[in-house]
Design a protein around this ligand. Structure first.
Ligand code: HPA
Length: 267
């Protein structure tokens, strides 16, 4: 960690990020035109390499709406073969750099039939079905407790801000529970029915590990899913593809970008 921090501080000098953002599939473009300092993951000591198409791997340090932000343009996924500890290492780095608020975004499949492709869904809670937890192993008590409380991971006050900002911008913002599986397969229709019974509104393959580690470290989390498709089996005879996910994310990217920038302005 000290090597990572020293390397990054050398790049960013006295820039002190307050807000961290992770940009999901097809949503990374937001960090393209914020200027700032760009550091590819492959150069950062301790970071893994990102492999998925549509995921650019860079940290971007930039001032947005007057706030110092650190963007993860592209994230690590469990299905790439990294451990959950490795995937969430950047969150630990953000904490060391002084981040207090983390905005997590992702592309997700709609499980609740009230959702539709193109919707934005504020995450109010999650269900971890990854079969693993990034906090397994020795606990560092200086970061957070061995048995962290999870009763309000996605902070109510941040959600309130997101809703009021969305209203002002005339953007419809839904709200729901996000369930994470390991991937890389999309779910089967039977699994999607199970997720619905369990109380999930949307499903995906990310976000939960980062939210767990941020919550453990006392970082306030806000999560937004871009519903890129209805989950398997909901629309008859429709197959799922990564291409559809990226295309749909591309369609909503302007709406999404306006919302995020305005949230940064108001938190
Ligand atoms: N399932 C899981 N992950 C996803 C989906 C989905 O339907 N869409 C985008 N990411």
């Amino acid at each position: 960690m000290s090597e990572t921090i020293e390397f990054l501080k050398n790049k960013i000098k006295d820039f002190r990020p307050q807000i961290g953002l992770i940009l999901g599939s097809g949503l990374g473009e937001l960090a393209d035109d914020v200027g700032g300092i760009r550091v590819p993951y492959c150069e950062i000591p301790g970071f893994a390499n990102s492999t998925v198409q549509g995921h650019k791997g860079s940290l971007v340090f930039a001032k947005v709406s007057g706030k110092n932000c650190i963007f993860m343009q592209g994230r690590y996924h469990f299905y790439e073969g990294h451990t959950l500890q490795k995937i969430t290492y950047p969150i630990r780095v953000m904490k060391e750099l002084g981040v207090e608020i983390l905005i997590l975004t992702n592309a997700a499949g709609g499980v609740n039939t009230e959702l539709k492709g193109g919707d934005l869904m504020l995450i109010c809670d999650h269900i971890n079905l990854m079969g693993a937890n990034p906090l397994i192993g020795m606990n560092d008590d200086s970061i957070g407790p061995r048995f962290p409380d999870m009763s309000e991971v996605y902070k109510k006050d941040l959600r309130k801000v997101a809703f009021s900002v969305a209203k002002k911008l005339n953007i419809e913002l839904k709200q729901g529970v996000y369930a994470a599986t390991s991937g890389p397969c999309y779910e089967t229709p039977a699994e999607v029915r199970m997720l619905r019974i369990l109380g999930a509104d949307a499903c995906g393959m990310s976000t939960v590990p980062e939210a767990i580690v941020a919550n453990h470290a006392g970082i306030k989390v806000l999560g937004i899913s871009c519903i890129t498709n209805m989950a398997a089996g909901i629309v008859e005879n429709k197959k799922l593809s990564h291409e559809e996910v990226v295309n749909q994310a591309d369609i909503v990217k302007d709406k999404f970008k306006n919302l995020i920038i305005s949230i940064i302005d108001n938190v």
